[in-house]
Design a protein around this ligand. Structure first.
Ligand SMILES: NC(=O)c1ccc[n+]([C@@H]2O[C@H](COP(=O)([O-])OP(=O)(O)OC[C@H]3O[C@@H](n4cnc5c(N)ncnc54)[C@H](O)[C@@H]3O)[C@@H](O)[C@H]2O)c1
Length: 259
């Protein structure tokens, strides 16, 4: 078997139909995994599955709002009837721009419900299955905002700090159950998520903002979704069997070289 193979493995990827999640779904399927995409957006979810199947991969789409506890439990139970759950990638996430004064209570709740409770919901539903089958791997998509101060990202930073510390907690509690849990902390990655918040928050200054955000990475550009997906592949493969409870910045030098 070649290195980084996911043959015979089954992977749940939330928000797996756009940006980083779509790149993870695509690359995991190329490496042999049966990919289960839990995605809010029906159109893009169906399309992502069709693209994977057209290139010979195995994939299913489940319309899902990760913030809905009952729905997540039902979908993961349905998947577990016919598959092991070897890998869970908690990737679904939403953005919010604002400091504490211009973050309304509803903004905080919305970001919490998807970025924090959504991660909890999926881990909660998956852990018993992983324990019963003898192990598994969990990846949480955190951010550089989990560990450094980023202007105007109050609610988002709160949520990504929680993604980081939930990673440590789960890694510790289930190390004896052969479950590895790590997180990935990207700097800016060029996805619809970034295009969306630039368009919403900086109207008529899109090109200027895109350029400014590219330059905040010392490497001079944003990351590509595939670059994040390749790290996720490594961390979910058996080659990473000694890695748990660790945060992996992938940031073009953002954290260590911006001084
Ligand atoms: N793009 C970046 O610069 C960047 C940087 C650091 C971290 N991240 C994180 O990476 C993850 C993916 O980001 P992206 O840029 O690919 O975003 P994206 O917006 O391109 O994709 C996110 C996907 O999640 C889905 N989604 C949103 N809410 C959902 C919900 N409640 N239930 C199910 N699915 C839902 C969306 O429909 C979309 O398909 C997010 O957690 C984000 O916070 C992104």
């Amino acid at each position: 078997m070649s290195k980084f193979s996911l043959e015979e493995k089954s992977a749940i990827i939330t928000g797996g139909a756009s940006g980083i999640g779509k790149a993870i779904s695509t690359i995991f399927a190329q490496q042999g995994a049966h990919v289960h995409i839990l995605e809010f957006n029906t159109e893009s979810g169906k399309q992502a599955v069709e693209e994977i199947k057209n290139t010979g991969g195995q994939a299913n789409f489940y319309q899902c709002d990760v913030s809905n506890h009952k729905q997540v439990k039902e979908i993961i139970s349905t998947i577990a009837k016919n598959h092991n759950i070897d890998i869970l990638v908690n990737n679904a996430g939403i953005a919010h721009v604002g400091n504490v004064e211009n973050t309304e209570e509803s903004d905080l709740d919305r970001v919490y419900n998807v970025n924090v409770k959504g991660v909890y919901n999926c881990i909660y539903a998956t852990i018993p299955k992983m324990k019963a089958q003898g192990g598994g791997v969990i990846i949480n998509m955190a951010s550089i905002a989990s560990s450094v101060g980023i202007s105007d990202r109050f609610a988002y930073s709160m949520s990504k700090g929680a993604a980081l510390t939930m990673t440590y907690s789960v890694a510790k509690d289930y190390v004896d159950s052969n479950i590895r849990c790590n997180c990935i902390s990207p700097a800016r990655v060029h996805t619809p998520f970034v295009d969306g918040f630039i368009k919403k928050n900086y109207p008529r200054k899109e090109a200027e903002m895109f350029d400014a955000l590219s330059k905040t990475q010392p490497i001079g550009r944003m990351g590509k979704p595939e670059e994040i997906a390749n790290l996720a592949l490594y961390l979910c493969s058996d080659e990473a069997s000694f890695i748990t409870g660790t945060d992996f910045p992938i940031d073009g030098g953002f954290i260590k070289l911006n001084g």
